[in-house]
Write a protein that binds this ligand. Structure first.
Ligand code: HEC
Length: 412
């Protein structure tokens, strides 16, 4: 029985892997999900939005520019959220149906045990341990997420992955006005995390079942946003912010009950181990849901590792030109020295790598994980071929000497 199931799964995975050999257009180069839906499936099916803009889209509306993120953090981050929900919440984030603006998925997130499930395109995140989400929480619950980028961000994804056989990190520089939103869903039940009552519910193939029956129900727990910001140029060039769902908050729909946790535009590098108040993280003082924050109260979200922060973890987004060198750990070790902590809580400018000899992926860990998955899938001995060989000659990624990188999680 178990063997039958795994054989069926391998077969399904093989179909997914093979499907793009038959892709009719250049706009469908990348697989949608880890598995295709099983026979008889009648629920939603995730499709990767991969018709990335070929030319740089104009800046367009940027409603958050009416606010100063330093002094009006809640208003700023709410304006970003409203922009990202516009046209998306009405279509349940089937972004192909958004008539307001294009939103795009990062490729190569389908691979591996944490890879995109086929119903909603969710990838697996850090699990929440007992007590982390609420004192009533007794179980460890899985969390799964999906992210999309706006047109300017989607343009950059398309540039990096223009040649699907040879991603090009040298163009991984997001233009000002790029926005990404990430929806994080939890398996935790309302009985253990009461503030989840009335949240957005999605069924998803997180158990990778073979039958066409119902899938586990997940609830929207957290929403992350990242904005490439001209006014943050002196620190990182990015503003990262997060929301938590609060069932007791006012609001007609669950999307209206997302409450800002805070935002950050820098890692406060001069305040590592000083006990001084932070200047580049703003936490919403009115928050009712208890939060565990990140390192020395820098911003991170309820599913994140408390030794890190949004911008610290994302500042490690880079790739070594020589893929046979290991990736850098995304979070500092538990017993990190002050020197190591200072390395992780720097303000690294947009487009600058964490390590001097690496290529920056401009704070996008989806680009990093996608490239890691792509490199691993090809296997250590596969030499670049065709366009990839030409790309390698121009300094693109060359996996012919082996691959020693792996995707990172929100645990580091
Ligand atoms: C310990 C590491 C870690 C921390 C802390 C972290 N993230 Fe991420 N984040 C990731 C990884 C890994 C991915 C890519 C994989 C995925 O999307 O599942 C990601 C993806 C994202 C994305 C999608 C676009 C991209 O950059 O890849 C956004 C937006 C995002 N995170 C925002 C946030 C915000 C806001 C915070 C803080 C509240 C945060 N992250 C904290 C690891 C982290």
């Amino acid at each position: 029985m178990v063997e039958d199931q795994s054989a069926a799964r391998i077969f399904r995975a093989a179909i997914v892997a093979a499907s793009c050999f038959f892709c009719a257009s250049a706009s469908a180069q990348f697989p949608d999900a880890h598995d295709p839906p099983p026979a008889g499936w009648t629920g939603p099916v995730f499709r990767l939005k991969q018709d990335y803009p070929q030319t740089l889209p104009s800046l367009g509306a940027r409603p958050w520019m009416s606010f100063d993120f330093r002094t009006q953090p809640n208003e700023y981050i709410k304006a970003v959220l409203d922009y990202a929900l516009e046209g998306n919440k009405q279509v349940d984030f089937v972004v192909q149906n958004n008539s307001t603006r294009g939103w795009y998925h990062a490729p190569w997130m389908h691979a591996g045990a944490a890879g995109r499930e086929f119903v909603r395109g969710l990838t697996r995140e850090r699990s929440s341990r007992p007590g982390e989400l609420h004192p009533n929480q007794t179980g460890t619950w899985e969390n799964w997420a999906v992210s999309v980028y706006n047109p300017r961000g989607g343009f950059t994804l398309g540039q990096v992955w223009k040649d699907p056989d040879a991603p090009n990190p040298s163009v991984a520089k997001f233009p000002v006005g790029s926005v990404s939103i990430k929806l994080i869903f939890t398996e935790a039940p309302v009985s253990q995390v009461p503030y989840l009552a009335g949240s957005v519910e999605w069924q998803a193939d997180i158990n990778r079942a073979n039958n066409a029956g119902p899938r586990p129900t997940l609830r929207l727990l957290q929403v992350d946003v990242a904005v490439r910001e001209s006014r943050a140029a002196s620190t990182t060039g990015w503003v990262f912010g997060t929301f938590v769902y609060d069932g007791n908050a006012p609001g007609a729909t669950p999307w209206d009950r997302l409450v800002p946790v805070g935002l950050m535009w820098g890692n406060d590098p001069t305040r590592v181990r000083t006990a001084q108040a932070l200047q580049q993280t703003k936490i919403n003082a009115g928050l009712q849901i208890p939060q565990h924050l990140g390192f020395e109260k820098r911003l991170n979200g309820p599913v994140d590792n408390p030794r890190s922060s949004c911008l610290s973890c994302h500042s490690t987004a880079q790739i070594q030109n020589d893929l046979s060198r290991p990736s850098r750990a995304a979070i500092p070790p538990a017993n990190a020295t002050v020197q190591t902590l200072r390395l992780y809580f720097r303000n690294i400018k947009s487009g600058t790598p964490f390590d001097a000899n690496a290529l920056s992926l401009d704070y996008s860990l989806q680009l990093q994980n996608g490239i890691a998955n792509w490199a691993q899938a090809a296997g250590p001995s596969s030499a670049p071929r065709g366009a990839a060989a030409a790309g390698a000659a121009r300094g693109r990624l060359d996996r012919s000497r082996g691959v020693n990188i792996r995707p990172v999680g929100r645990d580091g």
